[in-house]
Design a protein around this ligand. Structure first.
Ligand SMILES: [Zn+2]
Length: 409
């Protein structure tokens, strides 16, 4: 499921409309999560999909009997269980680019991330959780995580597939699986470090040499599928190297925020201008296209109505076509609203930059990193493959994307 239903939190209008929807036990979504479908009588409500809910039941059943996400993924692949992407393709032609002419394995190409997401998704116990992510910054088009305290949950919005008992048991098992590393090093970077080339997470491991162990990250896709199968390389980086770099960058920003806040603000705004211009152009074009199509559909609809009243078409055809136009109209309205909100977000640059400065100002002269600090300030850390320069020196690019302001240096 995408977060498109949450059309950013800056447009009061859209937000208020969405809140009204949640209160009415409705949710806005583009694609129903696996196991569910659009309710036949209410397109903003979920109904259990009898064709696919068994997959969800199977995943939770395996989990409650002790299998982790990795093992479950293997089983799903072995048993050729179709993925939700493939099911959507089969049902309505979505993602045709990916699945058309793809090898048969593509249909059941499950990955650990998809399985873990399902295992943690409260949708399956009948809840709707809103506000997990937001797109407040145009620099991080993808979305920004919100702290759990800001989520809001509406219980029993639809029929559950999984019982609360089973779900809670599985959550406990997931928590227990997260065992600390041999060296006792805690995973402060968990979920933040990404491979620059394939976009997968970088995973942490330790290598023991004599009495000392070295922690490092490498691309999880490379680690899992290899160079050939994964079409990615190691992107190896030592834990110490990453730690020192990130700490130095944060110390620098924190120092600037405390000493010359005004200058830092203008620096942030300058660096965001270029990105903003790019994003703005693309969104404006998309908006114009959607608005044009909306006008066209409105016209077609009027015409259809005229044809029906003058009995040029049958009642059956009228119903069928009007349904089709209405669905498209509704989708277009959603898209137009989303784009308008996104475009209005771009004018929020100053507010975003100020928000981030307020966050970094909470810290003074940090000498070590904590998970809390990293998650408060940083959206993601992208690690590139190392290269050797002319003198044979190892060089490696690390990009830090900060929350609200994106990449700034
Ligand atoms: Zn990679």
């Amino acid at each position: 499921m995408t977060n498109e239903w949450l059309a950013k939190d800056t447009s009061r209008k859209v937000k208020i409309a969405l809140h009204a929807k949640f209160a009415a036990d409705e949710r806005t979504f583009t694609t129903a999560p696996l196991g569910y479908m659009r309710h036949p009588e209410n397109r903003n409500k979920l109904a259990i999909d009898p064709d696919t809910s068994w997959i969800i039941e199977k995943i939770f059943d395996l989990a409650v009997h002790g299998a982790g996400a990795g093992k479950i993924t293997k089983i799903l692949i072995q048993e050729k269980i179709p993925t939700s992407g493939y099911i959507n393709y089969k049902k309505c032609g979505q993602f045709a680019k990916i699945y058309e002419n793809a090898p048969a394995e593509k249909a059941y190409a499950w990955n650990i991330r998809a399985v873990s997401d399902i295992l943690k998704d409260e949708t399956y116990i009948g809840n709707s959780v809103h506000g997990k992510q937001t797109n407040v910054s145009y620099k991080n088009k993808k979305s920004i995580r919100r702290p759990e305290s800001e989520w809001f949950r509406v219980e029993n919005t639809h029929e559950p597939i999984i019982s609360k008992d089973v779900f809670n048991q599985v959550q406990k098992q997931i928590a227990n699986r997260r065992r600390p590393m041999k060296s006792g090093r805690t995973q402060i970077f968990a979920g933040l470090v990404k491979c620059a080339d394939c976009g997968w997470s970088m995973s942490y491991a330790e290598r023991k040499y004599k009495t000392c162990s070295t922690g490092f990250f490498n691309c999880s896709r490379f680690r899992k599928l290899g160079k050939v199968g994964g079409r990615c390389s190691a992107h190896y980086i030592r834990y110490d190297t990453l730690y020192a770099y990130v700490l130095a960058r944060l110390q620098d920003w924190i120092y600037q925020a405390h000493t010359d806040e005004k200058q830092l603000l203008s620096k942030l705004l300058k660096s965001s201008d270029k990105e903003a211009a790019k994003a703005h152009k693309k969104q404006s074009a998309e908006l114009a296209k959607a608005e044009k199509r909306k006008a066209e559909v409105d016209r077609l609809f009027v015409k259809l109505y005229e044809n029906w009243t003058s009995e040029r078409i049958t009642e059956y055809n009228f119903k069928m076509l009007s349904q089709k136009y209405q669905t498209e109209q509704q989708d277009l309205v959603e898209k137009i609203n989303r784009l308008k909100t996104e475009l209005s977000v771009e004018k929020q640059t100053t507010a975003d930059a100020e928000k981030w400065i307020a966050l970094i100002k909470q810290y003074a002269n940090p000498t070590e990193l904590t998970a809390e600090m990293l998650n408060t300030l940083i959206e993601k850390i992208v690690v590139h493959e190392a290269t050797k320069d002319a003198d044979g020196m190892r060089e490696q690019e690390i990009e830090i994307y900060y929350r609200f302001v994106g990449k700034i240096d």
